[in-house]
Design a protein around this ligand. Sequence first.
Ligand code: ATP
Ligand code: MG
Length: 336
Amino acid sequence: SQDKFSFKGAPGQFRNFQKDDFEADWIKVAECRFGQVYQVKLKLWREKFALKSFDTALKIIEEVSNIAKLKFKYIMCIYGMCSEATALVMEYMSNGSLNNLLVSHTLMWPKKFQMIHETSLGMNFLHSMKPPLLHLNLKTSNILVDDHLHIKISDFGLIHWEEGMNKTLFIEQLTARGNISYIPPETFTQSPNPPGTTFDVYSFGIVMWEILTQQKPHAGCSVTTVLLQVSQGKRPCVELIPDQRPPECEQMISIMKQCWAQDHTERPQFSDFVRQTESLSEFLKVPGPIHSSKNGDAGQKADYPCKEDILSMLSKKDFGSFRHSVRREHVYTQFS
Ligand code: ATP
Ligand code: MG
């Protein structure tokens, strides 16, 4: 058939897989509002893939086929589609989403910094396209984690702003996905400006907060409360970042605050701070007491995992020796 032909077809083309190309046992990984995610195994290549099906039309899949050509270490690789299942076929990420990982495991500081840096690299890549490719759906459930705890950004290109689009509809599209916490305040105002790169920068600021605190932003708040508070300039509480932290964390916090600035023109671009996140994540990786703090207080570094813990960057919650000083009950008083 035509489809079979395209599976065998030209190298690098956007393939149309058939249901029959996969082994019969599809394992459901997640059930979402707009479709399902399955772990599938391709008969021919003997490898696992993720198949994300959409309840809605093929339009999304057609659009994604245009950006599927993009290849970069920190963005999800899309192999093709399965039009029979109205689905996209992509790389399978064995450690699931960062959203889930932050709940189930305690991450060490070097790993947190590395994940922040890798996310900023992925976003910097998308924004370096001409014109910039806006994600508009950046959140911890769209940051996926591989076998080796490196991340890839997924689900870019699902949400679009179209010329002359009704803003209310746009917001509804986002809130229906449970994205309220990641939407910058200017989206809620009368301003007719379409979202730009600073939209994603704001979402990234929230992602940073989630990685640093391992908490959920605006937990327990209604959509209206979040909308009102955020519009008034309130943000997730910085005090929820554990006190026991490396001194370099202050620089991360400073980037985070700039990213979620109320005035979007004050937010930096990813290209403005990738070098900084790079050196911060490199710094924590460097082993040994040689890198004691400036005032010579080597003891300060012993308070958080460093050299030895690089190999065990995360521990299952409840068994971890570096548990957060912040308790879950405090989550409900989140605004600062
Ligand atoms: P959105 O549609 O706005 O992206 P979402 O990210 O919450 O919403 P899905 O993208 O459908 O929902 O993903 C749901 C879950 O499925 C993810 O949180 C993740 O745990 C899992 N998942 C998605 N893609 C993959 C993948 N490629 N590999 C492994 N697990 C995945
Ligand atoms: Mg997703």
